[in-house]
Design a protein around this ligand. Structure first.
Ligand SMILES: *[C@@H]1O[C@H](CO)[C@@H](O)[C@H](O)[C@H]1NC(C)=O
Ligand SMILES: *[C@@H]1O[C@H](CO)[C@@H](O)[C@H](O)[C@H]1NC(C)=O
Length: 198
């Protein structure tokens, strides 16, 4: 019995060792000078560095791949905003018509934004900088239109206690999405415009 117990404890100790060696989740940023340099050319360097370094596939020595990845990160942010909207569509559907209507509209705009980003990815892949920028700018315009529809006017018109919270959370989600699009605009410029020195 005793040898078996000892063996079990040893086995447990051995199997725990690799776990203890993994870095704590509190410090996920691996300092990567190439990525830091690229992100320093964007308007939101910290956000750029944090989001891209979280992607295991990020190849920071390849600016074009980084730009492509940043568009995907923007698409994920748009999808997250769209998911937030559809969650709240169900809740708002019952009686808050103004809120429901603006969320329904936002849902369409955010879906369009995701499509614009798909097109931006293709354009960036083939090196069509102007096209990539046009698609990213169109995606930003979708976020703007969503905000205008679901902003202060709705907050003022709908008195249900949850409305303010929903409107502000949505504004936060579209703002984050907009920032990622702007990061992508800078990174595509860096990687595709031969006149820009990184
Ligand atoms: C990263 O990109 C560089 C430059 O394009 C390339 O040489 C390298 O093979 C890539 N590394 C990986 C892991 O894909
Ligand atoms: C909608 O219903 C909820 C829950 O019944 C209520 O709290 C809220 O005030 C209602 N909103 C409107 C605009 O009537």
């Amino acid at each position: 019995m005793a040898p078996l117990l000892l063996f079990s404890l040893l086995a447990l100790g051995l199997s725990l060792r690799p776990l203890a060696a993994t870095p704590s989740p509190a410090s996920p940023i691996v300092v990567d000078d190439d990525l830091r340099r690229l992100c320093s050319h964007t308007s939101f360097p910290d956000m750029c560095l944090r989001s891209l370094s979280a992607k295991p596939e990020c190849n920071s020595t390849n600016p074009k791949a980084v730009a492509g990845l940043s568009i995907r990160v923007a698409a994920e942010a748009a999808a997250a905003a769209a998911a937030f909207v559809s969650d709240h569509l169900n809740v708002a559907a019952t009686n808050e018509t103004r809120l429901w209507q603006c969320l329904d509209d936002c849902s369409d705009f955010l879906e369009d934004a995701v499509e614009q980003l798909d097109d931006a990815t293709v354009a960036a892949d083939v090196g069509a900088l102007d096209d990539a920028h046009a698609f990213l700018t169109a995606a930003i315009a979708d976020a703007d239109t969503c905000d205008q529809g679901c902003g202060k006017k709705v907050e003022a018109a709908v008195t249900a206690p949850a409305t303010e919270e929903v409107v502000q959370a949505l504004a936060g989600a579209t703002e984050e999405f907009r920032k990622f699009c702007k990061i992508s605009i800078s990174l595509t410029t860096l990687s595709l415009d031969a006149n820009v020195k990184i």
